[in-house]
Design a protein around this ligand. Sequence first.
Ligand SMILES: NC(=O)c1ccc[n+]([C@@H]2O[C@H](COP(=O)([O-])OP(=O)(O)OC[C@H]3O[C@@H](n4cnc5c(N)ncnc54)[C@H](O)[C@@H]3O)[C@@H](O)[C@H]2O)c1
Ligand SMILES: [Zn+2]
Ligand SMILES: [Zn+2]
Length: 347
Amino acid sequence: VRALVWYGIEEVRVQDVAEPRIADPRDALVEVELAGVCGSDLHVYHGRETGLDPGTVLGHEFVGRIVEAGADVGLEAGTRVVGPFTTSCGACFFCERDLPSRCIRGRLLGWVQSGRGLQGAQAERVRIPLADTTLVPVPAAVPSREALLTGDVAATGQFAADLAGVGPSDVAVVLGCGPVGLSAVHAACQRRAAAVLAVDAVPDRLALAARLGAQPVELEQDPLASVHAATAGRGADAVLECVGSSAAGRLALDLVRAGGTIAAVGVHTEPRFAFAPGEAYDKNLTYRAGRCPARRYIEPLLARLAASPIGLAATIVSHEIPLEEGREGYALFAGRRGACTKVLLAP
Ligand SMILES: NC(=O)c1ccc[n+]([C@@H]2O[C@H](COP(=O)([O-])OP(=O)(O)OC[C@H]3O[C@@H](n4cnc5c(N)ncnc54)[C@H](O)[C@@H]3O)[C@@H](O)[C@H]2O)c1
Ligand SMILES: [Zn+2]
Ligand SMILES: [Zn+2]
């Protein structure tokens, strides 16, 4: 099968790889209709996140059809499905406590390290273990590109708003207006925050945040002043950090008010917090972080889309290109060029 394979820093290639096969009765093979390129793939692409074996097929966002299912999978061939970026068993301690992203049997798609792990979904076909508890059938009314976002980006935006406890009358700040930040803007606005300020340095991404209901704030133009102006000098009730860098971590602390919450969904690869324990103490800070339990967000998001099928994809997805052009797709997304916010690859 054709697949996008990682070889090293800023080096990906589309090539033939081994045909994925059913290896366990709970596996399914999915023929990929669309696969997303995520900001998380960029951490690997740029070499900030390490450990991945060269030769690994990337990708953890997908929508497609089941082509073959193991004996224990109650999903029929032909069913259109979406999945979260990690597999989950549905039965362990963490799955039962709404944290399928930390399932003891779960694994991240597109992550093979020291020969172990799962090949990714930026490919014609992908093997999904624990398929019956990982995959979700997509209602006929939901367009595939909207469905795809429910497995990661849209779920993670909702998760950030949940972690931050955004509610009516809150002033929320979203750091980063990539696909995840834009989804967080959408989620915070849905929760009727009094104001949502969105910070980024990329003008066309700020324009999209404004379209979704945020007040755009240019990163280089004193975000602290904008936040103070919106909060009588107190600082934000909630900061939704959707970047994953020391600079963003530091800015989050500077912008949050005393007693406020930072929800960090950006993936951090630096070795230390960007602020000192004493600074957290001095702000009576609540800091919540982590990998989105996307599996539990997919069904409610799909149900909403089935009722009203135009969702976030209409605003966020800027490029849908053939898988064969995946290398260019990575370069575009990584360079934030050509008003590129989200790339979907079509095998
Ligand atoms: N927690 C999860 O489960 C989860 C899921 C998906 C993605 N992520 C992570 O979320 C982050 C965002 O993903 P994405 O797909 O939107 O990525 P992206 O790279 O497209 O977007 C990041 C945005 O942040 C902006 N930015 C950079 N530094 C900034 C700063 N100091 N302040 C404000 N904005 C800044 C960039 O200009 C860019 O627009 C990544 O770290 C990704 O790994 C986490
Ligand atoms: Zn992702
Ligand atoms: Zn589990």
